[in-house]
Design a protein around this ligand. Structure first.
Ligand code: FAD
Ligand code: DLZ
Ligand code: SF4
Length: 510
């Protein structure tokens, strides 16, 4: 009798462990489009369309290799609309000897999967997800017993273990990290090259129509859909990034610019996270371009660090800390998420640009996520659970294993400093230094009180003052705390009144 092999929506990889040793003459691959996965948070329509289109393309590719695929469509009338129900129906249809799966990316699904053996009365083999560069044991061994889990040190272990950008046992160029060179704003006149277009084929058109019909109330527009949906398209996207944008990726990695949604970023997160690209090939492509003299070291290292360091690190941290990682609230943040996160009408130009492009593209680059929308939520004391749900819903690349540590740990500092040694809190001055939104904002970035004062300014000082005791023993917060002490008491008091009024106003809006 056959083995039933499961492929989930973010597992569209030919090298998936669940497909190893597959016997096409005997086995069946099960893929299921289910409503439950489309609505456990109200995902952006582009994210749903991306996953369903990638799944349909992947199923077709398997079939063209002679593999039998049992593919459940979202609008199949018998669809129970959940993984467990569909697996049970498939077991009844195929009477397999066993079920083989690859561990899912989210704790929630892992829990569900672990109940199947008992519920279905057949052996369920859950294999490691070998698409990552670090297995979970590697992270656990590294993390065990450490008080602080700093990405930078994990990253060095990953460089050593994989050999990326190494010269023997030394880092290429003599340093592990060239970030000091990677903090330039975008100069006037430098126009980032537009990313390649991926015209929707018949499958994608069918899926976008389905998503528009089924999920009309979800935040986000479908018309800007431009995501690679096959491994071949993803490879083309990667290649164009490596030749056209990677050379300047390092320099402008932290920039923010009016009207420039993607700058010199790679846009490979969706393809990596659903398995159209593997992290190894992405890092290898960047290293090869550096070795060929086509990109500078600060760019290649900065990019490889994101994929080999950050991406692997957050995944390890997620599984190391789950369950419960997302439930802490170490800064006691309890305000509701302001409605303008769903509308982009806050009047703060940096915020509305990030939110507006999120609606249009299901994408914002890292500095927008961290230093604009994330920073605002941190300063304003928004409830982490609500912020986490927002990030998980609105980005096409969002899966809990990567979204949660970034939101909960990095942006909101809600984990008490497990991930970051200090909160990424910044006033308007930072946003003004890294970008050009302020020039045309209705608020004045130079003002911290009074008419037209930039909310990031008074919220920043209100935040520092509110948490002065929490941060007192953190040496990395000495500078802002010193600034606080030196500030005229009337000025601080005025800012805090302003912050109180502003937050009251935003919380009471729908
Ligand atoms: P680039 O800037 O070109 O970076 C290259 C690649 O490095 C990315 O594709 C990604 O795979 C990896 N990478 C970079 N930074 C990180 C990081 N901090 N953590 C993990 N991988 C990283 N990334 C997601 O993939 N999914 C998410 O749901 C997600 N949510 C985030 C939420 C917040 C609050 C923050 C601050 C960051 C989040 N990130 C998330 C990380 C990062 O912002 C995105 O990976 C990146 O913006 C994707 O765009 P890109 O492919 O153009 O990235
Ligand atoms: C995100 C998502 C969506 C929107 N739809 C599906 C689906 O219909 N079928 C499926 O197998 N997977 C989907 N996914 C991805 C799953 O949510 C993902 O596999 C889990 O979150 C585990 O990472
Ligand atoms: Fe954002 Fe303040 Fe600048 Fe306006 S002035 S764009 S709110 S930082």
């Amino acid at each position: 009798s056959p083995c039933l092999r499961l492929v989930l929506g973010d597992q569209c990889s030919a090298s998936l462990s669940a497909l190893e040793d597959l016997d096409p003459a005997r086995d069946v691959v099960l893929m299921m489009e289910v409503r439950g996965e489309c609505t456990y948070v109200p995902h952006h329509p582009q994210k749903i369309a991306l996953i369903l289109s990638a799944m349909r393309h992947f199923a077709r590719a398997l079939e063209s290799r002679g593999v039998r695929v049992d593919y459940i469509r979202l609008d199949d009338p018998a669809n129970t609309q959940g993984f467990s129900g569909e697996v049970a129906r498939a077991v009844a249809r195929h009477k397999p000897a066993r079920l083989i799966a690859t561990e899912p990316g989210e704790w929630r699904v892992r829990q569900e999967m672990e109940g199947w053996e008992a519920a279905l009365g057949l052996p369920v083999e859950i294999r490691d997800d070998t698409r990552f560069l670090a297995d979970l044991g590697f992270f656990r061994r590294w993390a065990q017993g450490k008080k602080q889990l700093r990405m930078e040190f994990f990253y060095r272990e990953m460089r050593r273990a994989t050999g990326f950008l190494m010269q023997g046992s030394e880092p290429e160029g003599g340093a592990w990290n060239y970030d000091a060179e990677n903090r330039k704003p975008l100069p006037k006149g430098l126009v980032p090259p537009a990313p390649p277009r991926f015209a929707p084929d018949g499958i994608t058109q069918e899926v976008t129509a389905l998503v528009a019909r089924e999920f009309p109330a979800h935040f986000g527009s479908l018309s800007g859909f431009n995501w690679p949906v096959t491994a071949a398209e993803a490879r083309r996207a990667l290649d164009s990034f490596i030749t056209e944008r990677l050379p300047r990726f390092g320099d402008y990695q932290d920039a923010l610019a009016e009207g420039e949604a993607t700058l010199f970023h790679s846009l490979v997160s969706t393809s990596l996270n659903i398995g159209l690209l593997l992290p190894r090939e992405v890092c290898a492509a960047a290293e090869a371009a550096y070795r060929a003299g086509r990109v500078p070291l600060n760019a290649a290292e900065g990019f490889i660090r994101q994929v080999l360091g950050w991406r692997e690190y957050v995944r390890g941290l997620y599984w190391f800390k789950m369950p419960g990682y997302g439930a802490t609230n170490s800064l006691g943040a309890h305000r509701p998420l302001p409605g303008f996160y769903w509308r982009g009408d806050s009047g703060m130009r940096c915020m509305d640009a990030a939110i507006g492009q999120t609606r249009d593209l299901a994408y914002a680059h890292h500095i927008q996520r961290l230093m604009v929308t994330g920073n605002f939520a941190l300063l304003a004391g928004i409830d982490p659970l609500q912020v986490q749900e927002w990030y998980l819903a609105v980005y096409a690349d969002a899966f809990e294993w990567v979204e949660l540590p970034n939101t909960h740990g990095m942006a909101l500092h809600a984990d008490g400093g497990v991930m970051a040694s200090k909160p990424y809190a910044a006033s308007g001055a930072y946003i003004n230094r890294m970008g050009n939104h302020c020039a045309r904002c209705r608020y004045d970035v130079k003002r911290a009180t009074g008419e037209g004062a930039c909310p990031f300014n008074f919220l920043y000082w209100d935040f520092i003052a509110r948490h002065a005791e929490d941060f007192a023993t953190n040496p990395r917060m000495a500078m802002p705390l010193n600034g606080l002490r030196k500030m005229a008491p009337e000025k601080l008091a005025a800012m805090r009144v302003e912050a109180g009024k502003f937050l009251e106003r935003t919380s009471s809006l729908p």
